[in-house]
Design a protein around this ligand. Sequence first.
Ligand code: F6P
Length: 543
Amino acid sequence: MEEIWDQLVAYRIKHREVSIKELFKSDSGRFSAFSCSLEDMLFDYSKTSIDKESLKLLLCLAEESTLQQRRDAMFSGERINTTEQRSVLHTALRNRSSNPVYVAGRDVMPGINSTLAKMASFAEGIRAGDIHSASGSTFTDVVNIGIGGSDLGPSMSTLALAPFHDGPRTHFVSNVDGAHITDTLKDLNPARTLIVVASKTFTTIETMTNARTALRWMRKELGEYAGSHFVALSSAHDRTDEFGIPSDRVFGFEDWVGGRYSVWGPIGLSLMLAIGSEKFSEFLQGAFEMDNHFRTTPFERNMPVLLGLVGVWHHNICDYSSRAVLPYDQRLSRFSAYLQQLDMESNGKRVDLNGMGLQRFSGPIVWGEPGTNGQHAFYQLIHQGTEVVPCEFLVAANGFEANLSEHHELLLSNCLAQSEALMCGRSLEDVRLLLAEQGIEDPDGNLVAHRVFPGNRPSTTLVYRKLTPSTLGRLIALYEHRVFVEGCLCNINSFDQWGVELGKQLASELLPLIKAGDGSQSKDGSTAGLLRTLDLLRRDVTV
Ligand code: F6P
């Protein structure tokens, strides 16, 4: 395995001068050879520097790694999250087959299916007005209170599937900053609002603080009936009981569903309320199809494997430190935020599965904004900055706005223009000619230098027919498996998140100091100084 890593690095060094444009020149079939599809979704990675030989080596790396074995272990419920001794079975939540899935000898599918049926009956009851508010009226608004995986999955997906909304309006509160809940609740009527408290552990400080604030808001209007406007999505039944949510309003899931992988079950309730249980099933079906593809397709045509290999090539072999995810799809405007948790919380690790320091980079920095907005903001750096940023474009062939086809055509042309510009660039000679044509004089060559685009910048493009529930399901599952692939190749555990603990602990230690306005106990001079300044400012004293 180490040998293949070395071969890849050596190959890259030897061929780094070969441009992507040249690769196209020497291979007329490059697009078909360096793309793969799953029905109406196509992944094109031909605009990268990967050639036949490096692809062979990358596939070899995948074959020789534990990927196949760990993939099968994941699907079959083995405890591959070793630091927490847990199975990793978000795929069971979207298992649309009648095949059982065992955890420690017990088939978990009956439990999953009955929770799904309970969610569907609740969601349809709310949507139809059969389950109503304390005063007997229909719920018009749903507020999901959660953070991290208990927010990003449902909020990103609910926005993505806006054309399918035919249920109550949905809102999402995540930040402990009181501004978030205040601004969300200010135009809502408590008498017609359902609060969904989403927290796997039911201990997360941000979520519990927001939930208590929402309860007080509700109590002001409904008094003792406030509790009937609350629902919990959690695996901690003792704590949901303590909060006062009756068990028939608790939708549970087990510890083998990680927070950032949880949108497929109860945590997806707000999405189900917005689009209905039938469309939610289509969402699960799409993900299930991607699961089957990932499980059964040979690596050379396997979309998550290839996406993962492209990621490893860029991050670990070419040393590009970040990855921009650029959906030319406005409704995917939260997709990169969602991916930040999925990818960076999963693969942002410093040790391998055995606790040994990693020999190579773990996951990259993931960022992005929807096109075309990004073009008018940070694309300057992507095109001409000194750092190479591999770009991952996503685009639907069709929009939903049939009467605005001109908009969609512009969107498509912009998306393709960007990947073409990144690859082809604009040479010194071309800029000189252009200036001459325009009659612009540039005696010292200064203008020319500013207008050159180096090109040879890698990108991939994922094309799909339309952003339907099933497409979104496929898309999320594709990225989930990609993260898994990259984690396997780097030999890390993608399913724990110890790196979030220290900050949480320190925040709880600092809270009494903030309240007391006393920095004398702090562990360092900067924190002490900041505490002192904050205390003065909070008491309105000049600093
Ligand atoms: O702090 C990180 C984290 O544990 C995430 O992994 C998780 O998605 C989020 O917090 C929320 O956790 P919970 O659903 O238990 O409130």
